[in-house]
Write a protein that binds this ligand. Structure first.
Ligand SMILES: N[C@@H](CCC(=O)N[C@@H](CS)C(=O)NCC(=O)O)C(=O)O
Length: 221
């Protein structure tokens, strides 16, 4: 890469985190410009010129602009194949791509819940709505708990793009109070493995307090 690429991202956004993790895992020299979401910096004229949808993440690699998280993943894997984050045999790649795109289900239910929690004033939060949205997340986590019981990584014996996606959503849910250890031991072990990786250490949201929230913590019975 002649010049370091830049990534425009907002902190605590799972899709942005996914791309930052991929850049770190690939050891690519890059600059991350964090935008102020509340101030609408992701919709500035400069950003809209790059991505008319006004969403982040947006990757700039020289003159090449790529947005849409999965497109960025695809681009990085093609442009910078080593270290690979997708396997190179047909069978394993088929499974890895399945898991990666399957993680969109996690994104849908995760983002619906996270957006509600983050965009609603504490006083207006409706516990029934939180439970309702969390129930979809639990339904989805059931699948991932099963997959991470088969192996350490979402597909095959090496970390891959799907793992980065799953981690960004599950770690966010855990930060919001989802208890993993008892209910999802395989996902818990996966998150512990991920937390030791330099990519996660380098990108851990700086605004996250040590103590997770308790929005998703279930009362003890
Ligand atoms: N389809 C996009 C969506 C990414 C996304 O949801 N980004 C959020 C931040 S977490 C965003 O930019 N929201 C602003 C908006 O939708 O206007 C992708 O996969 O990159």
């Amino acid at each position: 890469m002649p010049d370091p690429s830049t990534i425009r991202a907002v902190e605590c956004s799972p899709p942005c985190w996914m791309v930052r993790l991929a850049l770190e895992e690939k050891g690519l020299d890059h600059e991350c410009k964090l935008l102020n979401f509340a101030a609408g910096e992701h919709k500035s004229p400069e950003m809209l010129a790059k991505n008319p949808r006004g969403t982040v993440p947006v990757l700039m690699d020289g003159n090449i602009v790529v947005y849409e998280t999965l497109a960025i993943f695809d681009y990085l894997e093609y442009a910078y194949p080593q270290p690979a984050l997708l396997p190179n045999t047909n069978a394993l790649r088929g499974r890895a791509l399945t898991r990666l795109h399957e993680a969109n289900n996690l994104k849908q239910v995760g983002m619906a819940l996270f957006s509600y929690l983050m965009n609603t004033k504490a006083i207006d939060l409706d516990p029934a709505e939180v439970d309702h949205l969390a129930s979809f997340l639990h339904d989805e986590l059931f699948f991932w708990e099963y997959y991470y019981g088969i192996g350490h990584w979402a597909s095959g014996s090496a970390i891959g793009l799907a793992d980065l996606a799953v981690f960004a959503y599950v770690a966010t849910a855990a930060h919001l109070g989802l208890e993993l250890q008892q209910r999802y031991p395989n996902l818990h072990a996966f998150c512990l493995r991920m937390k030791e990786r330099p990519s996660v250490i380098a990108t851990w949201p700086s605004v996250w307090k040590q103590q997770p929230y308790s929005y998703l913590t279930e009362p003890e019975s």
